[in-house]
Design a protein around this ligand. Sequence first.
Ligand code: NAI
Ligand code: UGA
Length: 555
Amino acid sequence: MRKASGCDVNVYLYQRENRHLLCHFHRFRHNKLFCFLTHSSPLAHLSSLSPSLSLALAHSQVSRNKGKRTQNQKMVKICCLGAGYVGGPTMAVMALKCPEIEVAVVDISEPRINAWNSDKLPIYEPGLDDVVKQCRGRNLFFSTDVEKHVFESDIVFVSVNTPTKTQGLGAGKAADLTYWESAARMIADVSKSSKIVVEKSTVPVRTAEAIEKILTHNSKGIEFQILSNPEFLAEGTAIKDLYNPDRVLIGGRDTPAGQKAIEALRDVYAHWVPVEQIICTNLWSAELSKLAANAFLAQRISSVNAMSALCEATGADVTQVAHAVGTDTRIGPKFLNASVGFGGSCFQKDILNLIYICECNGLPEVANYWKQVVKVNDYQKIRFANRVVSSMFNTVSGKKIAILGFAFKKDTGDTRETPAIDVCNRLVADKAKLSIYDPQVSEEQMRKDLSMARFDWDHKVPLPQYKAEGVSEQVSVVSDAYEASKDAHGLCVLTEWDEFKSLDFKRIFDGMQKPAFVFDGRNILDAEKLREIGFIVYSIGKPLDSWLKDMPSVA
Ligand SMILES: NC(=O)C1=CN([C@@H]2O[C@H](COP(=O)(O)OP(=O)(O)OC[C@H]3O[C@@H](n4cnc5c(N)ncnc54)[C@H](O)[C@@H]3O)[C@@H](O)[C@H]2O)C=CC1
Ligand SMILES: O=C(O)[C@H]1O[C@H](OP(=O)(O)OP(=O)(O)OC[C@H]2O[C@@H](n3ccc(=O)[nH]c3=O)[C@H](O)[C@@H]2O)[C@H](O)[C@@H](O)[C@@H]1O
């Protein structure tokens, strides 16, 4: 008998006539017995054991050999389809925390994979470079050889994009599962051994059922277990969120094989997440919880933004109202910052998806309730742009306006659904000349975003009135805030980048046309100081300057 012990795993191996009886005692923090499994199999066939056993074995063997693997050992392998904002950071942290597991992140996009393998990663995320540098080439690999890595893996995460459908049934609301379906068909095609397939993408509730059908109808007798393991990271804080998640959610089938698969994935996360923070549910609860969490978060922002309009009309201050409301421990203080509107690739998409699911399930009242969250968000973006126009004598035609910030939030270069697109398009439609600066967004990306037809989710048609026809002539992209504001009539803050707080506003004021306006869409600037300098200031949801009060009402 040989005994091997890792920091939290004990494995005993018995050898008898070329066969191995493997008893696996898995201990977690506080020495709590977590699971007990037995299996009889030739060592050479360990690859066909459940990933849970393989994992434990690999873990113990690595511990025993102080990191060196021997010929017979099979390293557990994880593959992730989709090297995007979720797949890249999530797998990088998993590789860092589980050095005995090989992690391959694969994508059909060659430029994206090339960037992951270069010094300039395809996404900007604080702390990400460091994590990737530590693991890349050791147990973290980025590749376009999708089929090879899926074939070799025990666990396959699917983290492909699931955008809103733009055509056909459910256009403007339903999730487009084209990428997911083709990923599932490919997994079924190339697999020659049993696998756990993990839904990492955000998907409509009961997607796992459809995926299961695709996999089992094409499986050639191979067993697939589907798990739902939605991701809750936020961009800009992804690494922090992945190191210390509030919770990890794993949903699986309520069958012995389903439970075993849940355990296998729980073992992976338990390398760094306390087990009591790993919530295990059935598949449908896990899938729906993700949509519900995003809907609740977005609803808080629309609630405070709705209040901001009322504050402006009544003289109340939305920051004070949010503070007073948020100190009620039942409500809590987070996610109550009034803004120009929420953006990002997911809030709107996931709520629209939720609306569609409600409609499909004959629940129009519930659908209408959630619709209002998106409608208030659209209202807030256009209300802000209208405020800019109305304050400046109801016309911005030919006037230069500085736009500070284009990303949908600070500390990311992501512009998907950023409120800046709607605000800029609205101003360009009114013939303004925009000078845009963002520390992380490229000119090419901004021009692309501003030229794309926007989809009106409520009416299933592009938004002609706000489409920026004159993007090329009316928009310039510059490399700092001072250049953007030189000779401008107005300045709009659309992203809450920290560097905007410490700008020399006296210098900016001196270089601008008079009267000089500041429209703070994130409430990050000291409005009183700006007024002392001479600016006319609009801050979301704050008592209005007398100048603004006298202008035509926009709300
Ligand atoms: N961005 C975020 O902060 C969060 C996103 N999510 C969800 O995660 C999913 C992915 O989101 P992102 O990473 O932001 O998307 P993304 O668009 O950045 O990345 C998706 C990647 O999947 C690749 N892909 C598509 N089909 C593929 C296939 N068959 N094989 C291999 N690669 C394929 C695409 O080329 C793309 O690079 C979405 O469902 C999203 O709702 C969940 C939590 C947070
Ligand atoms: O599913 C997803 O994609 C992710 O969506 C959001 O993360 P993210 O969109 O990256 O960023 P958030 O910090 O949630 O901000 C979203 C938008 O709301 C805005 N916001 C946020 C908070 C607030 O108080 N006010 C406000 O206007 C932000 O500026 C931003 O435009 C959720 O916070 C994540 O938990 C989730 O995993």
